[in-house]
Design a protein around this ligand. Structure first.
Ligand SMILES: [Zn+2]
Ligand SMILES: [Zn+2]
Length: 241
């Protein structure tokens, strides 16, 4: 947090250096990113990514969209537009926030984007099958995604029972937990733990963690078996089907 001297913000532990939430999902053939927050460029540099097939969006908040302009590097490297997947609400925000990428007459170097609209139907990117799951971020609908035995949920504070059914059977879930204190639009730590246990997912990693949650090392010790804090750079493997 800018200007903060708390124990997390001043911690020397790398696991306490939290950039904006995003994941990369890859198979042998396909690589995609879920959300391009303001840290997208740095995250791509850090992981030395030279090839990216698609970007999938969860919801239109700026901390999940703002980095999209930097797809220009991939347009240049791969000599084609970036395939972007978003629901209509997020698509509208992208067209507004990055209006210059959607005009008929473009100057050279403008991001090149090919928009694909996500409905609630399963879809496939390259060879990666994806099931969208609707969750609620206070009053905003947000998309979560299930990739085989792995489910990624960010920016949620409520999930309807019918959508919970789509998550069940996952081996691993990544779930947002902002802090210990209750929050109006995000699960807090306790709510995230209760949900992971209710869904009987063997392994859960918490994400979208604010500095108010506390230091990684200390919080990790308090968590029940099978539940962990995620951290920047964490890598997980899962079955695709
Ligand atoms: Zn802080
Ligand atoms: Zn949000």
């Amino acid at each position: 947090m800018i200007g903060c001297d708390c124990e997390v913000c001043t911690s020397p532990d790398k696991k306490d250096k939290r950039l904006r939430s995003s994941i990369m999902v890859e198979s042998a053939k396909t690589r995609l990113v879920v959300d391009t927050g303001p840290d997208f460029r740095y995250q791509m540099l850090r992981e030395k990514i030279k090839h990216l097939d698609a970007i999938i969006f969860t919801h239109p908040h700026k901390d999940h969209l703002a980095g999209l302009d930097d797809v220009r590097a991939f347009n240049f490297l791969m000599r084609k537009p970036m395939e972007v997947y978003a629901d209509s609400l997020t698509g509208e925000a992208l067209r507004r926030d990055f209006y210059y990428a959607f005009t008929d007459t473009k100057y050279p170097g403008t991001p090149e984007i090919n928009m694909n609209t996500i409905t609630m139907e399963p879809f496939v990117v390259g060879d990666i099958p994806i099931t969208p799951i609707l969750v609620w971020h206070l009053k905003m609908p947000v998309l979560s995604f299930r990739f085989g035995k792995f489910t990624y949920i960010t920016d949620a504070n409520r999930i309807e029972d019918s959508e919970k059914e789509k998550i069940k059977g996952s081996d691993t879930i990544v779930l947002n937990a902002l802090r210990k204190k209750k929050h109006i639009a995000h699960f807090n730590l306790e709510e995230a733990i209760v949900l992971a246990q209710e869904l009987k997912i063997p392994t859960a990693y918490l994400t979208h963690i604010s500095h108010q949650l506390g230091r990684h090392e200390e919080v990790e010790k308090e968590l029940p078996d099978g539940i962990h804090l995620s951290y920047d750079g964490l890598k997980l493997s899962f079955e695709r089907y």
